[in-house]
Design a protein around this ligand. Sequence first.
Ligand SMILES: [Zn+2]
Length: 305
Amino acid sequence: MTAPAPRVVNALSVDVEDWFQVENYGAVIARERWDGLEARVAASTGRLLDLFAACGVQATFFTLGWVAGRNPALIRRIVAEGHELASHGHRHERVAAIGPERFAADLRDARHVLEDIGGVAVTGYRAPTFSIGPRSTPWAHDILAETGHRYSSSIFPGRHEGAGAPDLPLTPFRPSASGVPEIPMTALRPAVLRGRAIPVSGGGWFRMMPYAAFARLLRAVNAAERRRGVFYVHPWEVDPGQPRPAGVPALKRFKHGVGLASTEARLGRLLHDFAWDRMDRVFAAEIAASDKAPAAAPPGLAAAA
Ligand SMILES: [Zn+2]
């Protein structure tokens, strides 16, 4: 009998933002109101930290600079407990919408406040709402390199809220000559679906699907393809008591609210059933390779490995 193959270690990530900063509420909650709303991110992120500690798991926290500046104790706890502190930008604006100059400023603002409070180098980045892509923001990875970032995990390789990229690689790749690797969200793209992707990475899908079905998909990624998964969760997804603003269209309300009461328990099962670690450790080889990237990578889709 042959020994079982070692478990594939997946990357666990948290997008640290408050309940009112989500794209689904963008039309009903103006950015100018954020400071007047009930802040719940410290408590809900604390629940995730408690859960990770109980499971002995370390994760990457892609944190909004806006949140960090208002919650320094939370940032220090994330670092003290051995997690990777990374950037979710500063103001949670869609990257394609703000353009290259404001994107660079947003990255610098977030990195400055995160590094100042956390006392560690911040080199990982996740775009708000997976809003970067080789076609919509071909300048994004060069700007990430210029602002000191070493990897991005910002692309959903399927359709997502008008973004995403159905034909992009499912594994890490270098979108630009800068060499900064893009580590996409996990998806399966079975031939039978003719290019359409099944997300296996978190969000509403994770909250909506029966747990066993989700676990089977992630097992297929890990076992059949020996591919590492990237999972993400938001603090507000383990906060069923959060306010529900009026005027949100039914579909957006559903996407935000489905399954909130059971997410923490499901996440506990997921942490138990699979192996997890920080992004920078799971993808250390790809990130290190980016530091000695060739000056001119082939356009588009050079493999990072
Ligand atoms: Zn976000």
